[in-house]
Design a protein around this ligand. Structure first.
Ligand code: SF4
Ligand code: SF3
Length: 538
């Protein structure tokens, strides 16, 4: 195996003998095989000569490609048997297209045995792309596509689709086997950022199904009933579970990225949605044992569970873990959560982690409703700077940097955040500026679009360009959705983004040089030095 798609990759070079995330060598090889054949589907779809007999309706195939690629994102699926099923289905979809003369191996490759997949890893994984710049740029593009598939799939389950986005996913996958110059590959990477902005906008409109978020105080204590903990990013799963648990004597709690649900009016209607339990995904092993009840993983991040709560893990959607109960989607889009509800009834109620309240819900609508007040504070010099600290959390000790950075900010600085990165500073009690919370949390990484809208609207109201705002970006990344969000920001013309704690390992020296020269991308260093670089004065 060779995998370097996340920030915790071994020695910041690549995982080669099992993943730091817990992904086994064999599962990693299966993921490579699935990605390889998905690129084969894309190549055959895009390069058919005019008049070729191609499948008439590919909507089921499109949904499948998006789900399968999403499943290979970090901490989504650790179950080899699920990838075996994805692989077989991918081959069937690919083979429904006519062969093309001179097509790449991915268009005809069929493994004869499990060993074929494991042994042939070197021939189908990303290391098979020999040129380091080509590999670097395609890796960046592939990681962005994984993030795109995650966001697109959330929008799709809520009924929002866009064929232009799906076409770009195929275009990107097929580019793996095409001849492109450095400049053309770099342009494709930038195009993924542009399409990424469209995906985030689509998801933003899809999430409106649950009402526009309001700035909300979320209870982090526990009730007396047994509970089900829902983690991941899929609001529809949470909603369906809440409907099915009504009146059953079972409470529901959000975890991690699900915190934002409490700010949507549709979720506020459920009295048995008690509150948020625990902090970011990185603390699952410490926090989940005391929850006592079952835990439903709707998407990433799943940390391979120890025996203490292994038997209480349920998965759905793209998520998988060996021997965990998987709750499938029915043809009409509904899911039957009776097994997890039955499990909860036999469990003790959760034990309090005593975390105190959290504030969330500062999406673009909620913040723009406060715009006159915010603008007045800016004009009166009460707010001197905004810093976007969105992104992911992770396990490494050096992420304490983000807590220290937030603590060291002068009291006239507002943090705009989204994603699980916020758990590094959303319990610090950073207070408010004349009633405006100093940590404005738009919600999930899925809601990063809000931060862009807020920046654009602030600039408009102040009659300046976004680049002229007292606004800096200090982004924490971990998995591939953060790569996509980073590229979205670049595509929107945002310069001098600071990113950490480590730069993506897939960047070749030439690609890094391009990002530094053209966009001023910079790695983070120490808190005082970075404050200075970002123009934040005390
Ligand atoms: Fe390693 Fe990250 Fe890949 Fe897991 S997802 S195998 S930790 S690079
Ligand atoms: Fe977090 Fe996994 Fe990326 Fe959605 S839950 S931001 S890491």
């Amino acid at each position: 195996m060779f995998c370097q798609q996340c920030e915790e990759t071994a020695r910041n070079l690549g995982c080669t003998a099992g993943g730091v995330c817990g992904k086994s060598n064999d599962t990693a090889c299966y993921q490579d095989a699935v990605n390889f054949v998905l690129s084969g589907i894309a190549y055959r779809r895009i390069h058919q000569p005019k008049g070729a007999k191609i499948p008439a309706n590919t909507s089921a195939q499109d949904t499948f490609v998006v789900e399968a690629l999403f499943a290979t994102l970090t901490n989504v699926n650790f179950d080899e048997s699920r990838f075996d099923a994805y692989l077989k289905k991918a081959i069937a979809y690919r083979d429904a297209y006519p062969q093309i003369p001179g097509e790449p191996k991915a268009c005809s490759w069929v493994p004869k045995s499990r060993e074929d997949i494991i042994i042939l890893d070197g021939g189908i994984g990303l290391l098979s792309i020999e040129d380091p710049n080509e590999r670097s740029l395609f890796s960046l593009l592939l990681f962005a596509l994984k993030g795109m598939c995650a966001y697109y799939s959330h929008a799709e389950v809520l009924g929002k689709t866009d064929p232009a986005i799906v076409n770009f996913i195929y275009k990107g996958l097929a580019s793996r086997f095409e001849k492109h110059s450095f400049g053309e590959r770099a342009a494709l990477v930038m195009e993924s950022g542009k399409v990424g902005a469209q995906v985030l906008a689509l998801l933003d409109s899809a999430n409106k199904r649950y009402g526009v978020t309001e700035i909300t105080n979320v209870n982090c204590g526990v009730g007396k009933n047994p509970g089900i903990l829902v983690t991941g990013h899929d609001l529809k799963d949470l909603y369906m579970l809440l409907r099915q648990t009504e009146g059953k004597g079972v409470d529901v709690y959000t975890h991690g990225e699900m915190l934002i649900a409490h700010a949507h009016p549709c979720f506020k209607k459920f009295p048995h949605l008690i509150g948020n339990y625990g902090t970011s995904w990185a603390n699952q092993k410490a926090e989940f044992p005391s929850f006592n009840g079952p835990i439903l993983f709707t998407t990433n991040c799943l940390v391979p569970p120890p025996d203490t709560y292994k038997g209480r893990i349920y998965t759905t959607g793209s998520v998988g873990f060996p021997n965990a109960v998987h709750i499938p989607e029915k043809p009409d889009g509904s899911k039957d959560f009776s097994s997890i509800i039955a499990c909860a009834k036999k469990c003790d109620p959760p034990k309090d982690l005593e975390c105190g309240d959290l504030v969330t819900g500062a999406g673009h609508d909620a913040v723009l409703a406060l715009a006159p007040k915010v603008l007045d504070l800016v004009k009166r010099g009460k707010i001197k700077h905004f810093v976007v600290m969105a992104g992911c959390d992770g396990r490494h000790k050096e992420r304490a940097y983000y807590t220290e950075f937030a603590k060291a900010l002068p009291k006239d600085v507002i943090i705009l955040t989204a994603g699980c990165a916020k758990y590094r500073y959303n319990r610090l009690g950073l207070g408010d500026i004349e009633g405006i919370p100093r940590v404005l949390d738009a919600g999930q990484c899925n809601d990063s679009y809000s931060l862009v809208v807020i920046a654009q609207e602030l600039a408009k109201a102040l009659g300046v360009e976004v680049g002229e705002l007292p606004l800096s970006f200090n982004i924490a990344w971990y998995e591939q959705k953060a790569i996509l969000v980073f590229l979205v920001l670049l595509a929107l013309g945002i310069k001098n983004i600071m990113i950490g704690p480590n730069l993506p390992a897939c960047l070749s020296p030439d690609v890094l040089n391009m990002l530094v020269k053209e966009f001023g991308v910079q790695p983070n260093t120490t808190v005082p030095e970075d404050m200075k670089k970002l123009g934040i004065t005390r």
